[in-house]
Design a protein around this ligand. Sequence first.
Ligand SMILES: *Cc1c(COP(=O)(O)O)cnc(C)c1O
Length: 396
Amino acid sequence: MRAPLNKTEEFHLRWSEAVQANYGQPKIALSHGSGVEVWDVEGNRYLDFLGGIATNILGHAHPDIVKAISEQSAKLSHVSNFYMHESVLKLAEKLQSFTGTTTARTFFCNSGAEANEAALKLSRLTGRSKIVATHGAFHGRTMGALSLTGQPSKRDPFKPLLKGIIHVPFGDVKAITRAITSKTAMVIIEPILGEHGVVVPPDGYLHAIRERTLETGTLFAVDAVQTGMGRTGTWFGYEHEGITPDIVTLAKGLGGGLPLGAMIAIGKSASLFQAGHHGTTFGGNPIACAAANAAISVLEREGLLAQNVEFEKLIKAALSILPGVAQVRGRGLLLGVVFKSDISSLVYDQLVQEGILVNAPNPRVIRIAPPLNVSLAQVNEFIAVFSRVVQSQVRS
Ligand SMILES: *Cc1c(COP(=O)(O)O)cnc(C)c1O
């Protein structure tokens, strides 16, 4: 007789019979979480060092977010764009203050792809249609956002995509400044390529693009969907270069785990959208905005952006000296451990066995993006387990 299915096996079966195959078959079924810890349906505990791909900015079930969501849902959960409400205003004002300019105006949506889609539409209102983006960049999966995305494996099955978009090598100042002309409507850049393996451009890259786009009258859009919300030690991931872009897109961590995206337009670009140009039913949803406001309050109150940078130093120092590790790159708590050989999926599998969740964006890189409220003890636990796992993989 066959042994009865355990809960995870039962989930596998139900998933394969009711859910599409676009994500493959996830191995683990999660049950509940608390902060940086999460439990699967078999009762195994994990340290979540991926944070829902840089999205659970305060981990799981943070009491302030739980409280904000439940209080807001008891008042208003959806109002449509015919009405204003407090939580969307508060969030828009906060985001404006983070840009450092009172000219910033925010459009709210529900995801990163939608935020970039909005930026793309906004750029058409300049009267120009050419766009410059970079190889390896990930900007989302809707047809417009996919056209900006510079990853052939994601694009090719869906061609033809939008015309007029050129991709240049990421981090190459000469290539990008040459590609941007007075016909370019917008250039869109990730401050760090997240999905492509945490690739950091050389210092001065964003600054050079800012200078060139000012010369050509091109909108400079920063896709801060993954780097934003304090993850790299600043609110949007570009501030270390001392620039102000024309457009910032956000999602992932913005809603503290709830679906929320934003396209912030700064300066002249803030008045391009006129009534009727764009919209979405759930954009600026009161519950998602309340969760975002609660997350921002905690990040500010607990000084988590500064703490971030301390943990970055600690993790880089500990992991970069491991055998088999070529480099630990990234900024703040968006880090990529780069191996000298293709062992990332082996390391990943063993880490799961040992109760650590991360991901392997490519065969040589493990990405970590833990919640920003991770504790020193949890960082040390992660370092200890990760080091042991890498040492055993390199030896075997
Ligand atoms: C995840 C991501 C997106 C897409 O966001 P979705 O919410 O999945 O549509 C866009 N840009 C970057 C940089 C991302 O990391």
